[in-house]
Design a protein around this ligand. Structure first.
Ligand SMILES: Nc1ncnc2c1ncn2[C@@H]1O[C@H](COP(=O)(O)OP(=O)(O)OP(=O)(O)O)[C@@H](O)[C@H]1O
Length: 343
């Protein structure tokens, strides 16, 4: 549906050249939700703005629905932009217009007959769950409600693609979940293709089918969400994944934790299970084969893209030789093991 081929973008600023995007190629299939994740300054906004040519790439090609759109005339570009809608972090609603009139705005610009506008806006207001707010002004809406209006407005032109520029970054976690659920619902009901940018892996985990990681303007990794959570290839992707899992060492272990091994101390290890290793009875195997008992201190399991993954903090009880053999066994079975110290 959307294809970027070798997109680069440079900015000239104070006599220096900023390489915001470097040779980025990606493909967003029809009907999928595709997430682009990166830290601040990675180039996410520049990338999403290149897709609808709010920003012109310095080089490379952009295709929408198999048609190259990189060098379209303004008139043709306006037509294409109707099919590629966008929502923003700060909603961008018109404060002097009610919910109904905000959603009607693109239809009015398009000279849609009044009766059609009325019918369409009513249906959109229902779709986003704001039936009782049609006559309310944006100032009297919550952040989540404002984003719902923005989504309805973006859908008014019957787009094929919705671009989401950090659409939930200004919202609290619960509202974020409800907006993401709405986007997923729309994706499924309308078959709408969604391309979103975010700095939060939780967003990717909740709704995306595919994900690309960008860092310093480069696309460093892309795959299905399940594949990335089970076999992340780059450190930066692993960092994002770990940010969705929160394990802390309890205080009573922290005070005893020493970096060096001493007689009588056991390793405190952080185990990262993903893909196949999640379903294997690895801890019972190391108990049987190496006589190493695991004292589980905390654990978290989760799902992303249909794949289970998890983290565990455990004290491994055994001799120095047997715990080393158990660690090697776990590593050979797709488990990432980090010895945090000895307790
Ligand atoms: N109009 C511009 N002029 C000059 N430099 C720019 C311009 N827009 C972006 N940049 C630079 O390009 C790089 C990428 O910026 P971009 O806004 O795309 O990153 P981002 O990943 O969206 O970051 P954030 O999450 O902080 O918004 C940054 O170094 C930024 O300073």
């Amino acid at each position: 549906m959307i294809k970027l081929e070798h997109i680069s973008k440079t900015f000239e600023h104070n006599n220096t050249t900023i390489h915001a995007l470097k040779d980025i190629s990606l493909y967003v299939p029809k009907g999928k939700i595709y997430g682009v994740i990166g830290k601040s300054g990675a180039g996410k906004s520049t990338l999403i703005r290149c897709v609808n040519l709010l920003e012109n790439p310095t080089s490379g090609k952009i295709f929408f629905d198999n048609q190259e759109i990189t060098h379209l005339s303004n008139r043709k570009l306006i037509e294409v932009r109707r099919k590629i809608s966008m929502i923003f972090q700060h909603f961008n609603l018109l404060s002097s217009r009610t919910v109904f009139d905000n959603i009607a705005f693109p239809l009015e610009l398009n000279k849609t007959p009044k009766a059609v506008i009325k019918q369409k806006v009513k249906a959109l207001i229902e779709l986003v769950g704001l039936s009782d707010k049609a006559d309310v002004y944006p100032a009297n809406l919550s952040g989540g409600q404002k984003q719902r209006v923005a989504i309805a407005r973006a859908l008014a032109s019957d787009p094929k693609v919705l671009l989401c520029d950090e659409a939930t970054s200004a919202l609290d976690p619960e509202t974020t979940r409800s907006i993401l659920a709405l986007l997923k619902d729309i994706n499924q009901k309308l078959g709408l293709t969604i391309l979103l940018i975010t700095h939060e892996m939780d967003v990717v985990k909740q709704i995306c089918d595919q994900v690309a990681v960008i860092s310093n303007g480069e696309l460093v990794e892309q795959s299905s969400v399940g594949e990335m959570f089970s076999h992340a290839k780059t450190d930066i992707a692993r960092q994002f994944i770990q940010s969705t899992l929160h394990l802390t060492i309890p205080d009573d272990y922290l005070v005893r934790l020493t970096p060096e091994h001493k007689e009588g101390l056991n390793p405190l290890v952080r185990l990262e299970f993903s893909g196949v290793s999640v379903d294997l009875p690895l801890l019972s195997q190391i108990a049987k084969e190496f006589q190493v008992d695991s004292n589980i201190i905390s654990a978290q399991m989760d799902y992303a893209g249909g794949v289970k993954f998890g983290l565990m903090l455990t004290e491994m009880k055994g001799t120095q030789k047997s715990t080393a053999a158990a660690i090697a066994f776990l590593e050979n079975n797709n488990t990432k093991v980090e010895v945090l110290g000895y307790v």
